[in-house]
Ligand binder design. Sequence first.
Ligand code: ADP
Length: 193
Amino acid sequence: MLIVGPPGAGKGTQAARISEKLGIPAISTGDIFRANVRDLTPLGVEAKKYMDAGDYVPDSVTNDMVRDRLGQPDVADGFLLDGYPRTVGQVEELDRILADGDRPLNVVLQLTADTEELVRRLLQRARVEGRSDDTEDIIRHRLGVYHEQTETVVQLYAQRGILTRVDGIGAVDEVTSRVLAALEPFTGPGQAA
Ligand code: ADP
């Protein structure tokens, strides 16, 4: 399954809870990039230029990284991808990766929240975590990039009939309850996605 939504919608927080509940690994492309930046790998050095500006890392770089990650043994029985695909090119690549492994996509969960709430949360996170892409100008730029590029991705999955939307506003536990209820038709009670 996938979790999509604008920066600050709470994807990472909810992904960790879904992962635990369904017993599938959560894979965050943002986390993988940040780990590479921290370790100064060639991938990290390349990605940092884009991340610091609030832009997407080019598809060529991101697609290879995801293909490699989804080839590892721990994802054989299902996975939750957080932060990918974000462009139409990435949707096409994910389609190819899944077709190669004969693995269908069961459900795409969209977390929603309005822009001012997102800006407020991201500024708060900037104070707590000090992420270099969390200044107000860059935050607004990232939200703009999301609207331009990733809303099309969401529409594609809606057309395929596998999109389910959840309101990301409210207490974390409340949102988790909504998420698990929304996933039930796709996963069945207590089953893996
Ligand atoms: P957020 O959802 O708050 O923007 P993430 O932690 O998911 O943050 O990602 C941080 C940054 O990593 C993004 O702004 C982007 O530069 C890069 N990134 C993550 N996933 C992708 C992707 N699928 N395609 C391109 N760039 C990505």
